[in-house]
Write a protein that binds this ligand. Structure first.
Ligand code: F0G
Length: 476
């Protein structure tokens, strides 16, 4: 097969900021060693997230111009709802300004304190929105999903035996089940159709509604076609439709596979629950035919839902992720295997074995990637998911990952090549990387605003931190 190339040409460009190493050392120290606190003007390769960072197509921009901004009953909503219904089959389509707004509305209407919601892995916002209500968020991914080196093709699958035990044990306490496609927290790994079918059957047998957290539904369907026996002859759209048909509803951030910069939705079949969700929507998001979005956002979302299922685009997208992962692996950087859909996840614990989890190896790597070449990555490890145990001690996350997320249709192959070079330079001096301590930790979603300091003297860091202070564990 020849080179799999970008199936688009570039019509509009944006310059990339270039900075010096000295500038980056100063900037990251000022940001409390938290890349979320850096201004984008100081970033060369922004791989923080694939969320809301897509380049929109000419078709999407054109659709925005014909949007009907009527407060109630806009034509744009009708168009959007028709596309969502055709894809998902769900009766009620409720727009929201992004995924977490849809989650908050669904959870507030369907769950209450003391209940438990299973998932393969809850992403940070789903977990936080449930815990905020006093609901226990339970992760039941298969064991291979927690092993970065495992080559299992569907590491997002739920452990069905554990799910069955969970449902028996907590009978009457499970308001609904969820499954995240693809499984972001577990490395962007897909869930197989066979597993979704089995989960669906299990939830139906227990009379429990089943919701998909569906923001990467198209990449998940692509992997099903690529990897699952018997699925090769089908269209990716037909596979996606079958996934939705197995559930009773979904929450979706449109900022991922639907290729929009803002937008989300809740879709479901239950008339009564939908009516309650719409009431809450009116209170906090807006009227049910715009739900926190401008009509032009809904127009772009409707077009993006279909473009996101384009098979040439999905082939190129998966090839880019694979190319980045293989480049890193060749430089001796271990990544979660096999490469997932939207991102490459570096196994920071394996790369930096001299840093124990309480010294936050993922954060150390994130800082080094920035200082080395202006790459902004995201820690998905003990900063995001570490906890304080019952005895007040630090409980690390299951994995210490660093995510290099690929914005959709933004960067070219030479950008990816440069990112690989930068990561390889960091890997070549990995023994010199120091640990970090968290010095400020907010209660919810700590990774966004936490501040850190390096644990040992390091030439790259601010003078105040050269004293060797701070060998204490992070305050989690
Ligand atoms: N569910 C999953 C699996 C997600 O990855 C995200 C967002 C959300 C829900 C929430 O959607 O941002 O529109 O409110 N993930 C982004 C990320 C932030 O960087 O992975 P949102």
């Amino acid at each position: 097969m020849g080179v799999i190339f970008e199936p688009f040409k570039i019509k509009m460009v944006e310059p990339i900021p270039l900075t010096t190493r000295e500038e980056r050392e100063r900037r990251i120290a000022e940001a409390g060693f938290n890349p979320f606190q850096l201004p984008a003007s100081a970033i060369t390769f922004d791989l923080l997230t694939d969320s809301g960072t897509a380049a929109m197509s000419a078709e999407q921009w054109a659709a925005m111009l014909v949007a009907d901004e009527s407060y109630a009953g806009s034509r744009s909503f009708e168009k959007f709802a028709a596309v969502v219904r055709r894809l998902t089959g769900f009766r009620h389509v409720i727009p929201a300004h992004q995924g977490r707004a849809a989650e908050r509305i669904l959870f507030a209407c369907a769950a209450k304190a003391g209940q438990r919601v299973p998932n393969n892995c809850h992403f940070d916002t789903t977990r936080a929105n449930l815990e905020y209500l006093g609901v226990v968020a339970e992760d039941l991914v298969i064991a291979e999903g927690r092993d970065p080196a495992s080559l299992h093709p569907f590491k997002g699958d739920v452990d069905l035996a554990r799910l069955e035990r969970f449902l028996d044990q907590h009978r009457g306490l499970v308001p609904f089940g969820m499954c995240t496609i693809t499984n972001n927290s577990g490395g962007g790994q897909p869930v197989s159709l066979a597993n979704l079918r089995a989960q669906s059957a299990l939830f139906r047998r227990h009379g429990i509604p089943f919701f998909l957290d569906a923001c990467r539904f198209a990449e998940n369907a692509w992997f099903i076609r690529e990897r699952e026996p018997g699925q090769q002859g089908r269209s990716v759209a037909a596979i996606a439709q079958e996934c939705f048909a197995l559930a009773d509803g979904c929450t979706m951030s449109g900022k991922k596979d639907a290729l929009v910069n803002m937008g989300g939705l809740l879709a479901l079949n239950d008339d009564d629950l939908a009516a309650r969700c719409r009431q809450l929507l009116i209170l906090t998001e807006g009227f049910p035919t715009y739900g926190g979005c401008a009509a032009r956002d809904l127009e772009a979302y409707a077009v993006g839902l279909e473009e996101g299922l384009d098979e040439r685009y999905l082939e190129y997208r998966a090839a880019t992720t694979r190319y980045l992962a293989h480049g890193l692996n060749r430089a001796g950087i271990p990544t979660v295997q096999p490469p997932g859909g939207h991102a490459v996840f570096i196994d920071a614990r394996a790369l930096l074995p001299h840093l124990p989890p309480e010294q936050l190896p993922g954060q150390s790597l994130v800082v080094a990637l920035y200082v080395e070449g202006g790459v902004r990555a995201c820690e998905i490890g003990s900063v995001m998911f570490g906890k304080r145990g019952a005895d007040g001690g630090f409980v690390p996350a299951a994995l210490e990952l660093v995510r290099l997320a690929l914005p959709r249709r933004c960067y070219t192959q030479s950008h990816v090549d440069r990112v690989i070079e930068i990561a390889a330079s960091v890997a070549a001096r990995k023994e010199s990387l120091t640990g970090f301590a968290m010095v400020e930790r907010p209660q919810y979603l700590p990774h966004f605003t936490a501040r850190f300091r390096p644990l040992a003297p390091a030439r790259a860091f601010a003078p105040a931190d050269r004293t060797g202070r701070g060998r204490d564990p992070p305050r989690c």
